[in-house]
Design a protein. Structure first.
Length: 209
């Protein structure tokens, strides 16, 4: 697993962001970090990290898409809020995520063309940006395959979930089906699978509902 600091200015507050498949920091580079230090985890071809956040007085987790599952595999101590964004802890699942057969077919037919189609399907309207990530195709395919090996921590509890009403990647109905059977508060927003252009700051995402 890789990480980059989107903001590191020795603030007291930290947002730990678990990114989606295939991404780096580009997809959220427009968001204002305000008075938060923000670390971005991505590239889940491995889950090895050696970092702690003991110096922070307040921590928040924001996990998007495949990151919703990956975040459950880590313990960062006391965390004030944990927000699941456009996903569930079971992202490759016939009931709660992407149907497994579709996921496996995606791997089998993965190419530059299919990757572009995936990125376009993240939006309800044609995206206003041409580039979503600087990562290469082979690395992205390796990550797709590796994600099949990871299993969510069933004891992990999210504070809230944000569900897009027109998600063409992890079907909206599957997300609702999962979260409505948990104690996690959830809201439905008008968005596709990539919601970040609905927000101006990271704190907009973690605000209580």
């Amino acid at each position: 697993m890789k990480y980059s600091w989107l903001n590191k200015k020795n603030n007291d507050k930290l947002i730990i962001f678990f990114n989606g498949w295939g991404m780096d920091d580009f997809i959220v580079s427009h968001l204002d970090c305000e008075d938060y230090d923000i670390i971005n985890f991505y590239d889940y071809t491995s889950l090895d990290i050696n970092i702690n956040f003991n110096e922070y007085k307040e921590k928040h987790i924001v996990a998007w898409s495949m990151g919703v599952m990956v975040a459950t595999l880590f313990d960062f101590g006391e965390v004030k809020t944990k927000t699941a964004l456009c996903g569930t802890p079971y992202p490759i699942n016939n009931e709660y995520g992407i149907p497994k057969r579709i996921y496996e077919l995606t791997i089998k037919g993965f190419s530059e063309q299919s990757a572009k189609k995936f990125m376009d399907r993240m939006f309800t309207e044609p995206p206003t940006i041409e580039r979503f990530s600087n990562r290469g195709l082979e690395n992205q395919k390796e990550e797709l395959i590796k994600l099949l090996d990871y299993k969510s921590n069933n004891d992990y509890k999210y504070t809230k979930a944000i569900i897009p009403d027109k998600d063409l990647i992890i079907p909206t109905k599957n997300q609702i089906k999962y979260w409505e059977n948990t104690d996690t508060k959830y809201i439905i927003i008008p968005s596709g699978h990539c919601p970040f252009y609905n927000y101006k700051t990271f704190s907009d995402i973690i605000v209580d509902i």
